[in-house]
Design a binder for this molecule. Structure first.
Ligand code: SAM
Length: 238
């Protein structure tokens, strides 16, 4: 039976399903390609060893899952979790095309209620998904629940640059330019108006680190990327 999601999550899933065919191209253009280097860094921090298992929360079209599988031991596997079936269908096609589909398990599901047993994965990775989650503390607790002792989470997400002048410039780009550019490029204008709305209330890097600790993780640290436009939070499961 297909899972049913709360209203916020249904709307998010529908939005990502709508933009799925254009998601990769728009992503590269709107980020000027910087997301590629950010993902590379996250993957380097999350590499899986022999027979280890990873979970990619909000897999989308599969960039992180594919990158992680390529960088990891050939006996490792990744569970690719996403709310939006069309995003996941693209990820699946790409996994088949890259010969990695036998090492990936696509699952339609919600980060707030991860359909995996306790202590069943060695790594949780997530790219640009936390901003969209309705109940982030709950979702972080779920990540903690499914991560084995000594396992690690690596969370890549947009953030708030600490330098106020740069932050203002960035907000102007993100709130004024990016949604219009997305519309011009044939994207879904409403979906890209959602972009800034999703970032504004999102916690600053220090606050997100505190939330990760509150969820039960230890050794929480973060790296700012590109003057703080994005950040990677890393923590271990005690
Ligand atoms: C901006 S995309 C990022 C996709 C991919 N990780 C990447 O790096 O390109 C966010 C993805 O998270 C998914 N998502 C949002 N909320 C979610 C939730 N509560 N549980 C699982 N997936 C979620 C969306 O459907 C979408 O595919």
């Amino acid at each position: 039976m297909a899972p049913t999601f709360p209203r916020h999550d249904r709307e998010i899933a529908e939005m990502f399903d709508r933009i799925a065919p254009r998601y990769d191209r728009l992503n590269r253009v709107l980020s000027f390609g910087t997301d590629v280097a950010w993902r590379r860094r996250a993957i380097a921090l999350a590499r899986l060893g022999p027979r280890q298992r990873g979970l990619d929360v909000g897999t989308g079209t599969g960039d992180l899952t594919i990158g992680l599988l390529r960088a990891s031991d050939p006996s490792s596997v990744v569970v690719a979790l996403d709310l939006a079936p069309r995003m996941l269908a693209i990820a699946h096609r790409r996994l088949v095309a890259t010969g990695l589909s036998r090492r990936a398990v696509p699952v339609v599901g919600n980060a707030e209620s991860i359909p995996l047993p306790d202590a069943s994965v060695d790594r949780v990775v997530s790219g640009f998904t936390l901003r969209n989650i309705g109940d982030l503390p709950r979702s972080l607790r779920e990540m903690r629940r499914v991560t084995r002792s000594d396992g690690r989470i690596v969370l890549l997400e947009l953030s708030h640059p600490p330098n106020e002048a740069f932050a203002a410039l960035y907000r102007w780009y993100f709130e004024r330019v990016a949604p219009r550019a997305a519309a011009l490029l044939g994207g879904d204008a409403a979906a890209y108006r959602y972009l800034p709305r999703s970032l504004r209330p999102f916690p600053r890097a220090e606050d997100l680190a505190r939330m990760v600790g509150d969820a039960g993780f230890a050794d929480v640290r973060f790296e700012r990327l590109t003057l703080g436009i994005a950040a990677i939070h890393v923590a271990t499961s005690p």
